[in-house]
Every structure is written in C-alpha cells, then in structure tokens.
Ligand binder design. Structure first.
Ligand SMILES: [Zn+2]
Length: 127
C-alpha cells in the first residue's frame, strides 16, 4: 500500500501520485512514521489539572501559573460545545498545563483553592 501524505488516501503500489491532491505517494513505512510522529506531538497536549468554578477563578489560577512560567490553557466548557457534544459539567471550565508541569501546577492551585480560614484565627498581627 501507498499513502498520500496530504489527505491520507490509500493507494495500490502501482499508483505514483494521489488522484485528489496530485501529491507523490509515500510507502507504508514512511506513512507510519509520520502518523507516529503526529501522535507524539499530540501527547504534548495539555493535561487537565483542575476545574475552575467561574471565570474569575480561572483567571486567578492562570495568573498564578503564568507567574511561575507555566504555560496555561483555559478551556471554558461553553467553548468546547463547538464539536456538537455538550456535556453539562460542574464548574466553569478546565485549566490545562503540559504534563511536565502538572505537579508544580497542582501545588500552586492547591495553595490558591485552599481558602485561608480567617475566622478568628489571627496570629495577633497588630498593625
Ligand atoms: Zn491525497
């Protein structure tokens, strides 16, 4: 089998170019390498680290992460409905970071979401 590198069309080995794109076909090995490479790139994808309750919280988290030089992706649930699948979810949207930053991001987010309980727990800071 041969493949068109542009549209991914499958052709018999006797065919030299894609009938649709006029691209020179590549052999199966080369095609698989390209597919594998693309999959590797896809794995660089961001992983979800938390759900923000609202846009304000999302902004706070994003600011904090960006301050630590962590790339952040904020995806509100309403944005994702373009693909036709709308799944009602709790919260406002997802916060995503690259896998390698996940642990660091989790620590930062934990610190943000752990709301300080300042009901009479003051350590006597007299100003
Ligand atoms: Zn093609």
């Amino acid at each position: 089998m041969k493949y068109c590198p542009r549209c991914g069309g499958e052709y018999f080995d006797t065919v030299a170019a894609c009938g649709d794109c006029n691209e020179t076909l590549i052999n199966e090995n080369e095609w698989e390498q390209r597919v594998a490479q693309r999959n590797t790139e896809d794995q660089e994808v961001f992983v979800k680290v938390t759900i923000a309750d609202d846009q304000f919280e999302a902004d706070v988290i994003r600011d904090a992460l960006e301050k630590e030089a962590i790339p952040v992706l904020v995806r509100s649930f309403s944005d994702t409905s373009f693909d036709g699948i709308f799944i009602p979810q709790k919260g406002w949207g997802s916060i995503l970071v690259p896998e390698e930053f996940r642990r660091k991001a989790n620590d930062i987010i934990e610190a943000i979401q752990k709301k300080p309980d300042d009901t009479g727990n003051d350590t006597g800071d007299t100003d």
